[in-house]
Design a protein around this ligand. Structure first.
Ligand code: NAD
Ligand code: GLY
Length: 337
């Protein structure tokens, strides 16, 4: 079992990770506290039985469940089972379940203890770490939320064996992101394919923990985690969240961020090719139709005009080092197209 310590000023906790962790939960069950499991319709049938005997609430799998409707149902169930602040809410699933259950835990009775059991690669390397929890509104994703750290993250890498290949690849986009923003050695490990997955996940969690410790409320350096995300989000919006998984859109966004860096004279020559090659090796898209890209950049310009026109854009100047530069949306459009 591997271990990462997250020492954020708004909460310290361990991430325990490796294969077989869900085989014996007894070391992790907190005696004297009741545990309430929140999961989804894909994950609960696969792994729910290990929490047999605990009350549970299962949402329909998918982003639509990250809603106030689900949240109100969860509050009702927590009330019905008399869950108190001394008890524990367990999020068993991917980022959707983690964000939703985490927000329920942050708000029910002003805060119930909370354990993350992430079962997607994206959740194991990203969403279960760092305390961002919340739900979506019709007007946008993650519009309502909080920073609420879990008391433990339990990432059983065996659960990734049942994850659909496309979802696994989408998680790899975030792994590759960590390499480009913070760790050239991780990049080399990914290229050579000699390192065990659990160790790769540990490295990613260490990197994320470092950002969360330095900037728990996402006011400055933590924004480097948004490498590939600004244009990635614009592509998701332009394609109505239907064509690409989040990680796939981030993958394309990273190629375009590297292009902007190179054309803008910030990034070393060859960075765009390096980003593209490793994404393709990992089964990820690395390009987008011109029409979609134009529509994404137009949307970005519309949004940003409303917000004052300046975009705090994350670049990598070399493999393993990120930095931020301010651009007008129009400048980004000219550099990318
Ligand atoms: P997800 O939770 O929707 O999971 C993806 C799919 O895989 C779902 O259908 C799910 O049921 C299924 N699944 C999960 N684990 C499985 C397993 N082991 N075997 C088989 N199927 C499994 O999506 P995700 O990619 O994990 O997370 C995306 C969400 O995370 C988004 O809502 C995003 O906003 C959020 N997010 C949050 C943060 C954060 O810091 N809080 C960071 C990144 C993303
Ligand atoms: N997913 C980015 C963050 O946690 O800050």
């Amino acid at each position: 079992m591997l271990k990462v310590l997250v020492e954020a000023q708004n909460g310290a906790y361990e991430i325990l990770l490796g294969p077989g962790l869900l085989k014996d939960l007894s070391p992790f069950i907190q005696k004297g506290r009741r545990h309430f499991i929140i999961s989804d319709t894909n994950v609960y049938p696969l792994y729910g039985k290990v929490f047999g005997g605990f009350p549970s609430f299962v949402v329909k799998a998918g982003e639509k469940s990250k809603s106030h409707e689900s949240l109100l149902k969860i509050y009702d169930e927590l009330s019905k089972h008399n869950i108190s602040r001394e008890d524990v809410i367990v999020a068993l699933g991917g980022g959707v379940v983690g964000d939703l259950a985490g927000y329920a835990a942050a708000t029910f009775k002003r805060g119930v203890r909370f354990i993350q059991v992430p079962t997607t690669l994206l959740a194991q390397v990203d969403s279960s770490v760092g305390g961002k929890v919340g739900v979506n509104l019709k007007s946008g994703k993650n519009m309502v939320g909080s920073f609420y750290q879990p008391s433990l993250v339990l990432a059983d890498t065996d659960t990734l064996q049942t994850l659909p290949g496309r979802e696994f690849a989408a998680g790899m986009a975030e792994v590759i992101k960590y390499a480009f923003i913070a760790d050239q050695n991780l990049y080399k490990k990914l290229l050579s394919k000699n390192t065990a997955l659990a160790e790769i996940i540990r490295i990613c969690c260490e990197i994320k923990a470092g950002y969360v410790q330095r900037d728990p409320f996402d006011k400055n350096v933590r924004m480097e985690l948004n490498f590939g995300h600004t244009i990635g989000h614009a592509i998701e919006t332009a394609t109505h969240y239907k064509r690409y998984l989040h990680g796939e859109a981030v993958a394309i966004g990273m190629v375009l961020a590297a292009r902007i860096g190179e054309r803008g004279g910030v990034s070393e020559a060859g960075l765009e090719d390096a980003v593209r090659d490793i994404l393709i090796q990992n089964g990820l898209p690395a390009a987008v139709d011109d029409a979609i890209l134009k529509s994404a950049m137009d949307n970005l310009m519309q949004d940003k005009k409303a917000a004052g026109d300046i975009i705090h854009f994350i670049l990598a100047d070399t493999i393993g080092h990120a930095l931020a530069r301010d651009y007008k949306a129009q400048e980004l459009r000219e550099l990318v197209l």
